[in-house]
Design a protein around this ligand. Structure first.
Ligand code: GZL
Length: 324
């Protein structure tokens, strides 16, 4: 009996050993295969800039084999907050989002921190009392973009301009900071003043609508320049000017921000005078940050995006190089 039991015993031991080995391999293989999962809440599709930004993020995630859970908020903060909460419920590895406005994020960011999920701010910043609620912010210096627009207009108008302003989404970081930078520069020129200012919400349609109302106002004739917080609103304003018999780029100088393809076409046609670049192609930087976070590397609180300024004389030559 004893002999018989030892043969059975060694058979069972062998089986258990190979079962254990197979399990270890399977778990190991699955761990090796486990895809990084990133939840991204995007503002919407309000402008050419935003579309290019989305394409850059989706393309980079696909290139790196990252599972991207992408949510379009149609420019509504409540939709972004819902999406952020759903990412927590799904247990993603990293959460990234482009906050439509600066305020109102503290609560949900604290929930995400409690869930132990790192957060990356993409494109726009948030106003919070505790900056440990996010790991890093990847985006442009909007105040400097506003200064660049102001400097260009001061030079082009010899420091004398009666300005209409198309403002971006109220409460958004780009709208607040671009206005801040622009007014800081024109404040140095007594001959430059903003006489009309209204939000076009970064969209072409609203930009056209607001410019139409500016041109219908009794003091419309005094306007000599337009500062648009993005190219899409400037392109809408150009349409409104032409329909009103005003020559855009000549009767009214126009400076805007983003550097989208349509802006270069308008400059080449002599209808837009200057666009200050704001690079939307931050997908690679975003996923470099994700990789660094998952590798437990230290990141700076702020990752700057590099950009330039382009005017009419450069448009035709630059057009073929434009990636967005
Ligand atoms: C800027 C970005 C702005 C663009 C607009 O980084 O947040 O939002 O200037 C876009 O075109 O709608």
């Amino acid at each position: 009996m004893k002999k018989h039991f030892s043969q059975t015993e060694s058979l069972v031991k062998g089986l258990l050993g190979s079962l254990l080995l197979a399990t270890i391999c399977a778990v190991g293989a699955r761990a090796a295969e486990k895809k990084i999962v990133v939840g991204f809440s995007q503002i919407g599709a309000e402008s050419g800039w935003r579309t290019a930004n989305t394409e850059s993020i989706k393309a980079e995630a696909a290139k790196r084999g990252i599972e991207l859970k992408f949510a379009d908020a149609q420019q509504k903060q409540e939709n972004q907050i819902k999406a952020l909460r759903s990412f927590v419920a799904q247990g993603v590895d990293v959460i990234a989002f482009s906050p439509v406005v600066e305020t109102g994020w503290e609560w949900v960011l604290r929930e995400i921190k409690r869930a132990g999920i790192p957060v990356v701010l993409s494109d726009r910043a948030v106003a919070v009392t505790d900056d440990s609620l996010y790991v890093t912010f990847i985006g442009a210096d909007f105040v400097e973009e506003g200064r660049r627009a102001g400097r260009w207009l001061a030079k082009a108008s010899d420091g004398k301009a009666v300005i209409a302003e198309l403002v971006g989404t109220p409460g958004s970081a780009p709208a607040i900071d671009r206005k801040k930078g622009f007014t800081e520069v024109i404040g140095q020129y007594p001959g430059m003043k903003i006489v009309k200012s209204q939000s076009g919400d970064f969209t072409r349609a609203k930009g056209k609508e607001v410019m139409e109302s500016f041109l219908k106002s009794p003091d419309a004739k005094q306007i000599t320049a337009l500062f648009a917080h993005n190219d899409d609103m400037a392109l809408g304003a150009i349409q409104a000017m032409e329909e009103a018999g005003v020559k855009p780029g000549k009767d009214i100088l126009i400076v805007s921000i983003d550097g989208v393809h349509g802006a270069f076409e308008a400059m080449a046609a002599g209808k837009l005078n200057c666009t200050v670049e704001c690079n939307p192609l931050i997908g690679p930087q975003l996923f470099d940050a994700v990789d660094a976070i998952l590798a437990k590397k230290k990141l700076p609180k702020r990752t700057q995006v590099i950009e330039g300024v382009f005017e009419q004389s450069q448009a035709a030559a630059e057009l073929p190089n434009r990636k967005y």
